[in-house]
Design a protein around this ligand. Structure first.
Ligand SMILES: [Zn+2]
Ligand SMILES: [Zn+2]
Length: 272
């Protein structure tokens, strides 16, 4: 893969800093439409997280996106890479999608290993990915994140693909409708007592991550922290999302800060 910093450095403009939890910033996914203006801690969850954390046996309160992304406007580059499976726009000889995502995860993980470990309450014992389900688009027989994680030395060490799509049609249908379900995934192999770093490429509603986290908890995992490359936001959905996005777009992306160790955005207090 080469040096992760060298691979990612030319692409800093495609990333957006993820704010710390705070007023107007969801305490689970660190963004998303948060239509409630509650200012007291503990901070509110966004509407998506309220829905997807509520429907399962146990959810993870720790979702750590590397970057925000948007489907329209100037934030689409990362969305195109993560969701539309394109390679980064670059002169010939630039990294392909897998190399780019692996370098992104490697650089972020190296900088924030302590933040992630603290959230898990101890050293990780397992790294795993959320598998593709039939409801995902585009449908792929092979899960590209397996390959990506396999390219990151620090993650590969603990990597075991323990999650498989479940065989409940209704659970998969719920997942497609952005609802979480304990039966959407099942776990193979022992995960009892494990501290799991759950890796995925795109966080939209949390249905995939929270369903997978719940399956891991049901199988005996002690802690689950989700590391996702991009959290999709819709700046047009409400004023809070618009401010989160505007603030993130106005500043330079910094791999040395994350939503666990960076400053709170205070998005309701000040104009972006
Ligand atoms: Zn949220
Ligand atoms: Zn950090």
């Amino acid at each position: 893969m080469g040096d992760a910093s060298a691979v990612t450095q030319p692409y800093l403009p495609v990333f957006r800093n993820v704010p710390a939890a705070g007023p107007g910033v969801c305490r689970v996914c660190h963004s998303g439409p948060n239509e409630r203006r509650a200012l007291k801690a503990p901070y509110e969850m966004c509407a998506s997280c309220r829905r997807t954390t509520g429907g399962v046996f146990r959810h993870t309160p720790h979702v750590v996106p590397v970057s925000l992304c948007a489907r329209r406007g100037d934030g689409t580059q990362l969305y195109d890479i993560v969701a539309r499976h394109r390679g980064p726009v670059s002169p010939s000889g630039g990294p392909d999608r897998s190399t780019f995502l692996a370098a992104t995860l490697a650089r972020f993980h190296r900088a924030h290993r302590a933040c992630l470990t603290r959230a898990a309450g101890g050293e990780f014992t397992l790294v795993t990915t959320v598998p593709v389900t039939r409801t995902d688009r585009p449908v792929e027989a092979f899960h590209p994140m397996l390959r990506v994680v396999g390219m990151v030395r620090d993650l590969m060490r603990l990597h075991r693909p323990v999650l498989l799509p479940g065989d409940s049609e209704s659970a998969l249908a719920r997942l497609a409708g952005r609802e979480s379900d304990d039966r959407a995934f099942h776990v193979i192999g022992g995960v009892g007592g494990a501290r799991v770093l759950l890796v995925d490429d795109l966080f939209v509603s949390g249905a995939r991550v929270q369903s997978a986290a719940s399956a891991l908890f049901r199988a005996g995992a002690r802690a689950v922290v989700a590391l996702v490359v991009a959290r999709l936001v819709d700046p047009s959905s409400n004023v809070t999302s618009a401010r989160v996005w505007a603030r993130a777009s106005a500043e330079r992306f910094d791999f040395e800060r994350c939503c666990l160790c960076g400053p709170a955005a205070g998005c309701l207090d000040r104009p972006a």
